[in-house]
Design a protein around this ligand. Structure first.
Ligand code: C2E
Ligand code: MG
Ligand code: MG
Length: 714
């Protein structure tokens, strides 16, 4: 079987194969394709290192670009193919384990540096070639007149065969002769250029020194000059060239002719412009991207005395729910609309808006008085988000949390500023979102960074730093404990106990959620067996059941069904003692493939609960399609029942949902019950089970024993 997963070396080799296939047809190498691939492999290895290195090594990327020229990839098409290939495959094959957003930004910078290295090497090579031709011409200069009449075979051969354009003119600028390559560049069929004058070839982009150098040359004051120059072709299009002009003297040293050697750089120039744009702008929204923003921030922070900067770091609230429930296309449209609105907020000189990735944006303002300006900027941004965004005929409410950092230039590095902004944004988010907060250096110092947590996660699982608390699920009819929800926590060696909201998203991002989720499932099922052993199978309320949360990534993981079956069998716990909780947003819009594993589990008797119901944008009619048997009403419904009397509209909504759920044979559990009044209200509305601080906070498994015991005896 070749089912072994590929190692990094295999993937690197595959990247080199794809690369060589794309480029080989446009090279002028004499190697075979396989030999050529072997030449590319070390280059691929170097690219892969640049991609993953801690800090970006532009020099190395440039060197790889230059090495391409040495490998006979001198055609602009070879560069273009290379960049396409790097863009599409490098991160895929060589980016293992990195943050996708960072890798993509890194790949864009890498491409840009490669292109620059390629262009530089090509220019050097052309100059060398031009130099050789000029040398040949100079050697022949005593016989230049004859050369023009085809008597100097060596010069003639160079002249006709050269890949670069060559033209000869007299000192008045009358063009005497041009070669085939030059005619091709200008798109002309016959050498009728003869008779035209060099002076007519002006172009608005000519640098001022171009014609000064020309005059010096024809006056005999300089031997040659080198410029980048544009020409109009007869059809009106523009030709960019690297132009070298040399003076040819006769045997007595009297200036006689001028010799122009030109290399067509039009395509490379366009490619460079495109690359510069692509390397600095976000493809989806067209906003400046992370690396462009860093450049600008760096400039602002180096601006000198008296200058300040103000930064708003915006993260949309609840964007993930939109993406999960309406799909990525809708999420993308939302981001584009938000980007447009943000751009309109920062139009003054010294202001800019950029997208850092995902749903994170920044707005920057610079100048002497940013203290006041940054507040206004944040206000404008909050205002811009007020009106809903219409996507696919739905009106989506957009909210955002903003972290503001303001200060004098010259004190902090871009990374420090961004870190502080990120922490402050999180503070705004934890305070409920839809607000802005100002950075506070003392708070910054206390904060645990996402990055720090992310890197500590894998070892934490190995070291057994996770533990599970259980929160009872109580029957609203008779108040008996029916089961418990398993809620994972992390006992961090420095930061103490961290709740799942702190680390589950990070674990999802890095893939650690799969082993972590499996561990939670196993521990919880073992716990359920312990409860069963203690209370037997047949209490008044039946055996205690266990609810375990599943992340969206676990749903798509191929081992889900098998792992679950294996754990249940090994522990001897019946499937109907287990309920898996899946958030609403992960299931809405799910296709049959995604639902298949859940359906299989449901058929075995495992209950599936739709968690946090009411927070996504779900379509109630859709519920019928899903293999769920329990609805867990989100805490927000319960919260709105806190005041007395509760809002009658809210009550009606809950009543409606309960009726619908029951008509679909779904049980209803409510979350976040904090008072007896709420519990009573929810019971009247027909909810089946409840969970919340009113009954018990999540706690160690022994606590549940006590509760259930009280329940059974009292
Ligand atoms: P959830 O599944 O909706 O869990 C309920 C959350 O509400 C828990 O927060 C619980 O402590 C909290 N809660 C319970 N009663 C009350 C109450 O009366 N009032 C208030 N204000 N809150 C109450 P927790 O433990 O922070 O968990 C947060 C979320 O983390 C969970 O939401 C769940 O989605 C996720 N989670 C927890 N454990 C796991 C796990 O093992 N795997 C995965 N994938 N996700 C988990
Ligand atoms: Mg849950
Ligand atoms: Mg929930």
């Amino acid at each position: 079987m070749s089912g072994e997963p590929d190692g990094p070396q295999d993937r690197l080799r595959r990247f080199a194969t794809i690369w060589s296939r794309a480029v080989f047809p446009v090279t002028s190498t004499s190697s075979t394709r396989t030999e050529f691939e072997a030449e590319l492999l070390p280059l691929a290895r170097r690219l892969s290192k640049v991609l993953r290195a801690r800090s970006f090594d532009a020099e190395e990327a440039r060197a790889v670009g230059a090495a391409l020229v040495d490998a006979h990839c001198t055609d602009p098409e070879a560069l273009s193919q290379t960049l396409d290939c790097v863009d599409a495959y490098l991160v895929l094959y060589c980016g293992e384990g990195g943050d996708p957003e960072d890798l993509r930004a890194r790949s864009a910078r890498l491409q840009h540096a490669m292109a620059a290295g390629f262009a530089g090497a090509l220019r050097a090579r052309t100059l060398a070639e031009q130099e050789a031709i000029a040398q040949a011409a100079l050697k022949a200069q005593g016989v230049v007149a004859e050369a023009l009449h085809a008597s100097e075979a060596r010069f003639r051969a160079v002249f006709e065969g050269a890949a670069i354009g060559i033209g000869i003119a007299d000192l008045d600028g009358n063009i005497l002769q041009v070669n085939q390559a030059l005619m091709r560049m200008f798109g002309i069929a016959d050498p009728a250029l003869g008779g035209r004058r060099a002076m007519e070839w002006t172009h608005p982009d000519d640098a001022p020194q171009v014609w000064r150098l020309y005059q010096e040359l024809v006056r005999g004051e300089r031997e040659h000059y080198h410029v980048e120059k544009a020409f109009y072709r007869p059809d009106g299009t523009v030709l960019w060239t690297n132009l070298t002009v040399s003076l040819l003297r006769d045997a007595d040293g009297t200036p006689q002719y001028q010799l122009a050697l030109m290399e067509d750089t039009t395509e490379r120039r366009l490619l460079n412009l495109r690359l510069r744009y692509e390397a600095t702008h976000d493809a989806l929204t067209g906003l400046p991207n992370r690396s462009f923003f860093f450049e600008r921030l760096e400039k602002a922070l180096n601006a000198g005395p008296g200058q300040r900067f103000g930064l708003c770091y915006l993260d949309l609230d609840g964007f993930k729910a939109v993406n999960d429930s309406l799909g990525h296309a809708a999420g993308d449209r939302l981001l584009v609309e938000v980007a447009d609105r943000l751009q309109a907020c920062a139009t003054a000189p010294g202001e800019m808006v950029a997208r850092l990735g995902g749903d994170e944006f920044v707005a920057l303002t610079t100048g002497p008085d940013t203290r006041h300006e940054v507040d206004e900027l944040a206000g404008r941004i909050m205002n811009a988000l007020l009106s809903p965004v219409s996507v696919d005929g739905r009106e989506l409410t957009v909210r955002g949390s903003i972290g503001i950092v303001e200060g004098p230039a010259g004190e902090r590095s871009p990374a420090e500023v961004l870190r502080s902004a990120d922490i402050t944004m999180y503070r705004a988010k934890s305070a409920g979102g839809n607000r802005f907060e100002l950075a506070d250096p003392e708070a910054d110092a206390r904060v645990i960074t996402r990055h720090g947590l992310t890197t500590a996660l894998p070892a934490a699982l190995e070291r057994g730093e996770f533990f599970i608390e259980y929160q009872p699920l109580v029957h609203l009819g008779d108040g008996s404990v029916r089961g418990a929800e398993a809620l994972v926590r992390w006992l961090h060696p420095q930061h103490g106990v961290l709740g799942p909201d702190r680390f589950i998203p990070l674990a999802e991002h890095t893939g650690l959620i799969v082993p972590l989720g499996r561990w939670v499932l196993e521990q919880s099922v073992l716990q359920a067996r312990l409860w069963r052993e203690r209370y037997g199978e047949g209490g008044a309320a039946g055996p205690l059941r266990i609810n375990v949360n599943l992340s969206p990534c676990q749903l798509t993981h191929p081992g889900l069904v098998q792992d679950t079956v294996e754990i249940l069998e090994r522990t001897g716990v019946a499937p109907d003692a287990l309920c898996l909780e899946v958030t609403e947003s992960a299931l809405i819009g799910a296709d049959d493939d995604l639902l298949k594993p859940l359906r299989r589990l449901a058929e075995m008797g495992v209950d599936i609960a739709l968690d946090d119901f009411g927070t996504g944008y779900s379509n109630l009619a859709n519920l019928r399609r899903l293999p769920v048997s329990v609805l867990k009403l989100d805490r927000s419904f319960t919260q709105s029942m806190q005041q007395f009397p509760a809002d009658p509209v809210d009550l009606k909504i809950v009543e409606g949902i309960v009726a619908l759920a029951h008509s679909l044979d779904l049980a209803v559990t409510v979350e976040g019950v904090e008072t007896g009044a709420q519990a009573e209200q929810l019971r009247i509305l027909g909810c089946d089970t409840a969970q919340g601080w009113y009954y018990a906070r999540p706690g160690p498994p022994e606590r549940l024993h006590e509760l259930a015991l009280v329940d059974a005896t009292g």
